[in-house]
Design a protein around this ligand. Structure first.
Ligand code: HEC
Length: 190
């Protein structure tokens, strides 16, 4: 074996020895690409003075489609004057149903009877097709969804304004379905 070959063999051996486990090599280029410091959104972020990993929005910013709601929680009378700004089209009702089922069904149940799957672990809510709620204006209900009431939490940060109005249109359908008029019943029987 001449010198050339022995150098080649030494070279190959050196190369093989250097191919160790990436995480244990001395020099790593951007190691956190391999071993990322995964933090769950609601955990504290140790690298940022213990704040939550979920970052707060920069001050003064608002989410897309944000519409300020100027009424205070106690302004229920003023809220009753608000008019539902979207028409109850088929698409809007479908959207209302979708989001009622996501946000309200858990407690209020499929028809608004207050028999959602979480009851009785949670206080049973009143029926949504009572005379009282039927007589409430859309604005009054909008106000209640926005601020919550008693054991019902506020949905202000989860349900955007348009969706809130769509849910109310769908609630009106539930109310009708539970209180059909004589005429409606007669037309069903035909
Ligand atoms: C975590 C359970 C829960 C969820 C989810 C929930 N509610 Fe409620 N809701 C309640 C409870 C409990 C009450 C009774 C509050 C009180 O006055 O103490 C209530 C009351 C109401 C009332 C007033 C009824 C009355 O007779 O006073 C309306 C209207 C209403 N909810 C609509 C909704 C809509 C619309 C949604 C979905 C966006 C929703 N709720 C989601 C629990 C819930």
């Amino acid at each position: 074996m001449n010198l050339k070959y022995s150098l080649l063999v030494v070279g190959i051996l050196a190369l093989l020895i250097s191919c160790g486990d990436r995480e244990t090599t001395e020099l790593q280029y951007t190691p956190d690409m391999y071993v990322s410091p995964a933090i769950k959104p609601q955990e504290k972020d140790p690298s940022d003075s213990g704040q939550t990993a979920m970052r707060l929005p920069a001050s003064g910013t608002v989410p897309r489609n944000f519409e300020p709601y100027m009424l205070a929680a106690t302004d229920t009378l003023a809220a009753s004057e608000l008019v539902n700004p979207i028409p109850a089209t088929e698409d809007v009702l479908a959207m209302g149903q979708k989001y009622y089922d996501i946000f309200c069904y858990t407690c209020h149940g499929p028809t608004g009877a207050g028999d959602g799957p979480i009851i009785p672990k949670m206080t049973k809510p009143p029926v949504l097709y009572s005379k009282k709620v039927i007589d409430w204006s859309d604005g009054r209900i909008y106000h209640l969804i926005t601020y919550g009431q008693g054991n019902m939490p506020s949905y202000r940060n989860y349900v955007d304004p348009t969706t809130r109005w769509a849910i109310i249109h769908y609630m009106r359908v539930l109310q009708k379905s539970q209180n059909p008029s004589g005429e409606e019943l007669a037309s069903q029987q035909q």
